[in-house]
Design a protein around this ligand. Structure first.
Ligand SMILES: *Cc1c(COP(=O)(O)O)cnc(C)c1O
Length: 316
């Protein structure tokens, strides 16, 4: 099902290219034209089609209160007449969250969710497993009431979602000659996995900048890639060596803005008139700069803007 306007624009960042001594371009998935933009629109075109196909009356997902995925999912559900239920925590963490740094649980995506009629269930902060468990319980409760429920994993990450990003790779091949390297924010992983799968065996390297400090995220990415092979009947068999993940720009933790990220957000806004978001794309840009300054980045680089701008309005 079609939700976004494609192709999303792709253009050069002249001022920052000069500053960093790179040939730096940007893919504007912040401008998908759907529910204020972001990378989740591509995934949702497939996830919502799947929900409709199984005759879902309600979807259940989970995430952080300021999740960009939940906002875009809520808009897609509302558009096709499916209820959207989401279990959220202010900051799901495996460790004690530094609350004073975290995003507010009002405004930003929370406000947009209200406008869209998303059913948000706030849970006290806990671990990721606690969050997944609460989502399972909610789905079971709705099922007991007789509703046909479609469960959607956090961030919408599934093989179909990754598939959407293999198509996004085709999209940029129509827009520009090949890049040496693509840099993208990464967390639940279907964006990076789809792109990595698509560029496997080409001269284009895909580098994910982790926005989640968990070093094991690559295990999930390998699993997603295996499912993508199954879905497409291919045999790329991506392994840990195929995934380039840079972990030095996460800052205080997942879902918490970083000082460096906020500085870069301001810098890019002032130099290029483009807003990044504090949780993903600004940190990804910090990672890009770190790699450039360490001489570890190729010359002709594409930065993938994954959206997330509403989170700016929930910054402390
Ligand atoms: C969800 C999200 C990401 C991460 O994408 P994944 O496919 O979950 O890794 C990056 N940036 C923004 C703005 C997001 O909302």
């Amino acid at each position: 099902m079609s939700l976004i306007l494609r192709p999303t624009p792709l253009h050069r960042l002249d001022a920052i290219s000069d500053q960093l001594g790179l040939d730096l371009w940007i893919k504007r998935d912040d401008l998908t034209g759907f529910a204020l933009g972001g990378n989740k629109g591509r995934k949702l075109e497939f996830l919502i089609a799947q929900a409709i196909e199984i005759g879902a009356e309600a979807v259940v997902t989970c995430g952080a209160a300021q999740s960009n995925f939940i906002r875009q999912l809520g808009a897609a559900c509302s558009k096709v007449g499916i209820e959207c239920h989401a279990v959220v925590m202010a900051m799901p963490f495996e460790f004690e969250p530094p609350h004073e740094l975290g995003l507010k649980t009002s405004g930003g995506n929370c406000l947009l969710n209200e406008i869209l009629g998303v059913n948000l269930y706030f849970e006290p902060d806990g671990t990721w497993d606690d969050l997944y468990q609460r989502a399972r319980e909610l789905a079971e409760k709705l099922e007991k009431k007789g509703r046909k429920v479609f469960r959607i994993p956090i961030g919408g990450s599934s093989a179909l979602a990754a598939y959407a990003f293999t198509l996004a790779a085709d999209e940029i091949s129509q827009q520009a000659p090949p890049f040496d390297e693509i840099v993208v924010a990464t967390s639940s992983g279907s964006t990076q996995t789809g792109l990595t799968w698509a560029y496997r065996g080409t001269a284009t390297k895909v580098t994910g900048i982790a926005c989640d400090p968990e070093p094991d995220i690559v295990v999930d990415f390998i699993e997603l890639a295996a499912q993508l092979d199954l879905l497409l009947g291919t045999c790329k068999q991506l392994s840990a060596q195929d995934f380039y993940i840079h972990f030095d720009a996460v800052g205080p933790g997942y879902g918490v803005p970083s000082l460096e990220g906020n500085q870069v957000l301001q810098e890019v806004a002032r130099l290029e008139g483009i807003f990044l978001d504090p949780i993903y794309s600004a940190k990804a840009f910090v990672g890009l700069k770190q790699l450039a300054q360490a001489g570890r980045l190729s010359d002709r680089v594409l930065f993938w803007h994954t959206g997330g701008i509403p989170a700016i309005f929930a910054m402390p």
